[in-house]
Design a protein around this ligand. Sequence first.
Ligand code: SAM
Ligand code: SF4
Length: 324
Amino acid sequence: MLIDGHGRKVNYLRVSVTERCNFRCQYCMPEKPFSWVPRENLLSFEELFLFIKVAIDEGVDKIRITGGEPLLREDLDSFIKMIHDYKPDIDLALTTNGYLLPQTAQRLKDAGLKRLNISLDSLKPEVAQQIAQKDVLKQVLKGIDAALAVGLGIKINMVPLKGINDDEILDIIAYCRDRDIKVRFIEYMENRHANEALRGMHGKEILEKVKEGHTIRALGREGASPSFNYMLDEEYEFGLIDPHKHDFCESCNRIRLTAEGNLIPCLYFDEALSISKAVKDGDIEAASQVLATVLRDKPKENRWNDFDPKDEDISARAFYETGG
Ligand code: SAM
Ligand code: SF4
């Protein structure tokens, strides 16, 4: 079992397989990067897998593949199969913008993927285009249908932004409820790469909007999940991911690995240690040592609550590197 320096059980590894993306979301990578990391700087699937095996052997039982847009990485299904075959009962999930799902959903399912989180910020083509800076909606909706058709479990992620998609919260709920899909509203997390003009809705404001059309009852956090759940009209459950809330980090169970091999204890802070040399040398002992150090030094809590762009500790890393 993996325990961090604050006594929290860590069993969840998020693995970013690329920082590349086919969208340019305003809250993630509106302009930069101007060029992508050269492919040779990325760890190969075999190298990532060596670390994943170490993490699984030491207690990780939940893995999420993310990016950038993970479906842009070639042969992703072979990587998913490697993980699945090593531990078939692992909770293996992927976060995607959904654009490439129409042609990949079946292969992902066949490789052993269990669940998908798909980002859907708007049901209006022009608003989806404003956020992603590309005409994406039709293809994303097709992707959701394709994933449902092959029997993948789905959750929808929406980031509500003031003056942009804040009038669509009830519509997104209706869309998801009709399809029996859980939606999770994610508070916008301020970061140095996003469009500076963006203002996110705080959890309280999101809940106020939901209450305009429904009754809601708080259910609480689901284990160590970042999502605080609510029952809507006594029949549909949705979640709120609220990193600005003071108790958000109390049950944090996750660490993150970037495509270049940086192991990150907390999304907010800059600290990270590289596993690159260890896995390139095939040195399991060294990989395990990096994991132990990152766990020991995992910060107690983020500082989004009183976000100050001048905070020197805040990570300069972008969400497209860490995978959100
Ligand atoms: N490209 C995939 C996608 O968009 O789902 C996976 C990577 S993306 C970085 C992972 C998640 O992070 C998405 O649900 C996205 O909406 C969310 N995200 C990105 N930037 C964010 C920000 N500044 N605040 C809150 N969520 C953010
Ligand atoms: Fe790409 Fe996802 Fe970032 Fe949007 S949030 S730019 S889809 S990585």
